[in-house]
Design a protein. Structure first.
Length: 209
């Protein structure tokens, strides 16, 4: 439980509360980030994971239980290794999950505003830097998960200068809204719970209207 409470300080809230759309004098749309930087909207992907090969994955056959997000935009298929938490200490969350190991957690957040996936990634990393030290991106990969194009990242950071936590986040966005689905565990436990992490992220599904 302490790992859960510590790690919640990392997690991003709604992206719309942290990024502002604006227009230059020339009429070009830009995205203003909370750290004072900006980027032309539509140029976020330059030099990012969009240049990498996209991996196609599907939900595992054993993932037979479905939990839906509040907006009915998406859901996550999971195995009976996971249980849905009755209460989540994050007011922005649609739902939370806890693994049977009691060392691995998941949280889903959605909102109505669509955002480029790379902007969502940048905000997540900046939020982490506000709460922890030595935050660094470990892995980034564009994926197609059950037919939906997403961005998957992994990053690490030190909580309270002593506990190394590794996060895995899948981002999705379309004109109906935005989804952030994240898992986290102590870095030293990755070998033990890694397969459960990958299986859960492969269970994300986006529903058609």
């Amino acid at each position: 439980m302490r790992l859960l409470l510590l790690a919640l300080a990392f997690l991003a809230g709604p992206v719309a509360a942290q990024t502002i759309r604006a227009t230059t004098e020339e009429g070009r749309p830009v995205l203003l980030r909370r750290d004072g930087t900006w980027v032309y909207e539509g140029n976020e992907a330059a030099g990012t994971s969009e240049t990498r090969e996209r991996r196609v994955v599907e939900r595992p056959e054993e993932a037979t239980q479905l939990v839906r997000g509040d907006r009915r935009l998406y859901g996550v298929w999971h195995t009976d290794e996971w249980r849905q938490e009755a209460e989540v200490d994050n007011e922005d969350a649609d739902f939370g999950l806890e693994h049977e190991s009691e060392a691995l957690y998941a949280l889903a957040i959605s909102e109505r505003t669509p955002f480029p996936l790379e902007v969502m990634r940048d905000i997540a990393l900046r939020n982490a830097e506000d709460a922890a030290s030595d935050v660094h991106l470990v892995f980034e990969e564009p994926r197609t998960v059950n037919g939906a194009d997403v961005l998957y990242i992994e990053f690490e950071g030190m909580l309270e200068g002593a506990v190394s936590i590794t996060f895995q986040v899948t981002f999705y966005s379309d004109d109906r809204g935005t989804v952030q689905f994240m898992t986290w565990t102590a870095t030293q436990l990755l070998d033990e719970v890694g397969p459960a992490i990958e299986a859960l992220h492969r269970g994300i599904v986006v529903f058609e209207d």
